[in-house]
Design a protein around this ligand. Structure first.
Ligand SMILES: [Zn+2]
Length: 335
């Protein structure tokens, strides 16, 4: 049974776009969130892809990274602006000591950076059906190597952002230097610090909404990929998505039940319910299901049904392209 939103996060393959679009049409896909980073220096190819997809009737959203980037050009830009880089509790810049040894993160609260990076994204956003925000949060506060489970605690070396500007701003608001606050649930100063950081992401989403308004195309949608439930999102990555959803048309909680949270497929329903319970009316919730390889094909279909049982308004699957056995399973639900 089709729903109003059936989509994928999509990383297009060069030279196979025609085949990919045919597959998407065969699955009755309504929306694709298209990975933009590889196209920042290939705007002409991006435009070609955009026109091809829109001509097929599928809505095309530009999928960007807000606070952590993979493309070397973005990482290099961060290195040229040391005050844009996130700093951890122990004073290490994320450039010097990358998260989990590999990820350089930007300070989520630096508006100058938002603006400079927007100038790069903008040519890839114009003319599309919307903007999709990924990494719109603080870094993962828990150790990656820990066993997947729901209750994970923030650890010092992954607690961000204690850059000079963030410390000064928090001190101006609360009269205390966040570096002196223990990273400790239950501590009231730490609760203020959590709340303050959550508000910085709310500010950032509001800022993107404002940029889209300037495009003067009221049909353009704003959406975000977020952590699976509001409680996990607030605790682990300072992402209060029920609050910033007021600026979004739809939100895609990444309910990666098996791989990241050690949960059964049926947890999809619980996670959707928790999200819907906190969302104000108007913003759609699309169950984000993936990564597909962590499920069997029949489990992928089961996850969609589970999300719908929880009240999802559709689903977004991670990641297209997918092998034929998974596409066949999706057809049993979507077509
Ligand atoms: Zn900062």
């Amino acid at each position: 049974m089709s729903s109003d939103f059936q989509g994928f996060w999509w990383r297009p393959r060069d030279a196979q776009v025609h085949e990919d679009v045919e597959q998407l049409l065969g699955l009755k896909v309504t929306d694709v969130l298209v990975w933009a980073e590889p196209f920042v220096d290939r705007v002409d190819e991006w435009s070609e892809l955009l026109h091809r997809v829109q001509a097929s009737g599928i809505r095309f959203h530009t999928w960007i990274t807000a606070n952590h980037h993979y493309a070397q050009s973005f990482v290099q830009r961060l290195r040229n602006h040391s005050d844009w880089v996130a700093v951890d509790y122990q004073g290490f810049s994320s450039d010097v000591r990358p998260l989990a040894g590999v990820q350089t993160w930007a300070c989520p609260a630096n508006e100058e950076r938002w603006l400079k990076e927007w100038e790069i994204w903008m040519p890839l956003v114009q003319g599309t059906n919307g903007l999709h925000l990924d990494y719109i949060r603080y870094p993962d506060g828990f150790r990656f190597g820990d066993k997947p489970e729901i209750d994970r605690v923030e650890v010092l070396e992954q607690s961000f952002c204690y850059c000079a500007q963030c410390c000064q701003r928090f001190q101006a608001d609360y009269g205390i230097n966040p570096r002196t606050i223990p990273v400790e649930d239950g501590n009231s100063d730490f609760a203020h610090w959590q709340h303050w950081r959550q508000e910085r992401i709310v500010d950032q989403v509001a800022w993107y909404r404002e940029q889209l308004r300037k495009e003067k195309d009221p049909s353009m949608r704003l959406s975000a990929a977020v952590f699976p439930t509001p409680a996990i999102a607030r605790k682990n990555v300072q992402q209060n998505w029920p609050k910033f959803a007021q600026f979004l048309d739809f939100v895609c909680p990444m309910i990666y039940a098996k791989q990241f949270w050690g949960q059964p497929v049926s947890w999809t329903e619980d996670a959707v319910r928790q999200g819907k319970a906190e969302l104000a009316t108007g913003t759609k919730l699309l169950a984000g299901i993936g990564p597909y390889e962590s499920y069997r094909p029949d489990e992928l279909a089961e996850a969609i049904w589970s999300g719908r049982a929880g009240g999802s308004d559709g689903e977004m699957l991670f990641l297209f392209p997918m092998p034929p056995s998974y596409l066949a399973a999706l057809k049993t639900v979507w077509v």
